[in-house]
Design a protein around this ligand. Structure first.
Ligand code: GLN
Length: 522
């Protein structure tokens, strides 16, 4: 590979090249399709690649450009979409056997907005079933591997979208974030990801998991690219009653604002939650860098966030149990044909995987007569207290800083037998969902973990990306993105050198070379 391959470039750079007439959208899309076929055997980010449709759209964009028309903000740029967001005519499996053969009849509002702005939907990405999980291992339809270390998970539940961006299979992707599913995989794969404020981005056409928490969010290699997506997907939609009718700024333009004098709070609770020494070191170094950027940093306390994970694991399953009742064999997806209605219903619902069943049972229990007050109502009250903690903090501070996840990417299979350890991966991300706040994950360094060892290509240590989380006031994505951008520019040389190295190492499987060999012969 060469470092200036089209697929190795950011969306912002590709847009400039296309505007200048130096490359066509067809060339760009072909470069990414080639990259997908080169590395997909190893990474497994996609459930569906829409090659024909993508090329047809690219040709349309090229024609528009040739005739002097503006092709839109994302004219000719490939975008991958998580497989719980509807794109008309494509599958929308939610990583579940339940919807394995279901085709979306319409475009989600975000997908329609992308198309209107000239984006090229290139494929649908793998995810934990119905977005329940933190590693993408709960997908019933395939395994996605972390491109930084193929023995490891990409995070989840938007693991396919994150891995695709990290591996250079696509420059931009959409995910959804109910408790961390955009930010945590972004952190695990060394890319940026944003959960917008609740109400900022329409969820029409997103398959609901927990409606009071779900938000669609963008993933990209850097904050500048992330803003391109935000500029396209943000805004009011009368088809989503929770979307807010307020003016949308240009996020791309906000990036030029100064960060000097911003006040950043570091909750003292965030480093007590099982944070690994490597993540802590990266985070502390990140705080120093933010101070060098003129951001004023102080320790704060958000005492109620200690209960955020407990609270989340009542509220999210409760809402899920209600939302998922629609998968009954009558209206959507598979149907088990049997003699009685009741059997049909029961057999059909056996198509849910174990984690989804667990959530439905937990949620149904938490909502049931006699337990509602003790569980759901109580969790709702704790949620209010968590919101208040943030509200108070934002009277004094502009942004709140923490690591995105307590650890870097774990090994495939490491946590699948222990749901609680899996849930712990979200301990630092769920507070922003409970409080409805915008939160960004941006790469902030690397943690060293044992490599595969041995001779040949087996190395002794492996460097895994770590994410910094920046949380902001409701609807103040601008400050969050602006601080994230300033920070990313400071770390970019190091981060991008590692990224280029990682990308170079991918794709060997499809070239037919063997991974390990007698020393000296490789
Ligand atoms: N990992 C969390 C869960 O399993 C969050 C998932 C998400 O944000 N969709 O619920």
């Amino acid at each position: 590979m060469n470092d200036d391959a089209l697929w190795n470039m950011k969306a912002s750079a590709l847009l400039e090249l296309m505007a200048a007439g130096e490359v066509s959208s067809v060339e760009v899309v072909e470069a990414f399709l080639d990259r997908i076929s080169e590395v997909e055997r190893e990474v497994g980010a996609f459930l569906e690649v829409m090659q024909e449709e993508a090329l047809a759209q690219a040709r349309r964009i090229d024609k528009l450009r040739q005739s002097g028309e503006y092709p839109g903000l994302l004219g000719g740029i490939p975008v991958a979409v998580k497989d719980n967001i509807c794109a008309a005519g494509a599958g929308c499996t939610c990583g579940s056997r339940m919807l394995a053969d279901w085709t979306a009849p319409y475009d989600a509002t975000v997908v329609r907005a992308l198309k209107e702005q000239g984006a090229v939907i290139i494929g649908k990405t793998n995810m934990d079933e119905f977005a329940m999980g933190s590693s993408t291992e709960n997908s019933a339809l395939g395994v996605t591997r972390n491109p930084w270390d193929l023995r490891r998970v990409p995070g989840g539940s938007s693991g396919g979208s994150a891995a695709a961006v990290a591996a250079g299979e696509v420059p931009l992707a959409l995910g959804s974030d109910t408790g961390g599913s955009v930010r945590q995989p972004a952190a695990f794969t060394g890319v940026t990801g944003l959960k917008p404020t609740y109400g900022r981005v329409s969820r029409y056409g997103l398959v609901a998991f927990a409606s009071s928490l779900d938000q669609i969010g963008p993933l990209a290699a850097d904050v500048k690219d992330l803003c391109l997506l935000m500029d396209v997907i943000s805004g009011f939609d009368e088809r989503d009653s929770t979307s807010e009718d307020r003016p949308v700024p240009s996020y791309s333009q906000a990036l030029s604002r100064s960060t000097r004098g911003l006040k950043g709070g570091v909750p003292k609770e965030c480093l007590t939650q099982g944070v690994s020494p490597g993540v802590r070191r990266c985070f502390e170094r990140a705080l120093e860098m933010l101070e060098e950027l003129g951001i004023d940093i102080k320790e704060i306390s958000l005492p109620m966030t200690r209960y955020a994970l407990d609270c989340y694991y009542i509220i999210a399953p409760a809402e899920a149990s209600s939302n998922l009742s629609r998968f009954d064999g009558v209206r959507y997806g598979v149907r088990a044909e049997t003699e009685s209605f009741e059997k049909m219903y029961m057999r059909t619902r056996r198509n849910f995987g174990p984690e989804v069943r667990r959530r439905i049972m937990l949620g149904t229990f938490a909502l049931s007569a006699g337990y509602y007050d003790a569980y759901y109502l109580r969790a709702a009250k704790v949620r209010t207290l968590i919101r208040r903690d943030f509200k108070r903090a934002f009277e004094e501070f502009d942004i709140i800083l923490s690591p995105t996840a307590p650890t870097s990417a774990f090994l495939l299979g490491e946590r699948t037998q222990d749901p609680l350890s899996m849930y712990m991966a979200d301990v630092l991300t769920v507070p922003a969902n409970l409080a409805g706040l915008p939160a960004l994950s941006v790469p902030c360094g690397f943690e060293e973990v044992p490599g595969s060892g041995g001779g040949g290509e087996g190395e002794m240590v492996r460097r895994l990306p770590v994410g910094l989380q920046i949380t902001g006031r409701p609807f103040d994505e601008e400050t969050v993105l602006c601080a994230g951008h300033a920070f990313y520019q400071a770390v970019a040389p190091g981060v991008e050198a590692e990224l280029a190295r990682m990308r170079k190492g991918l794709g060997r499987a499809s070239q037919g070379s063997t991974r390990c060999c007698v020393q000296g012969s490789g």
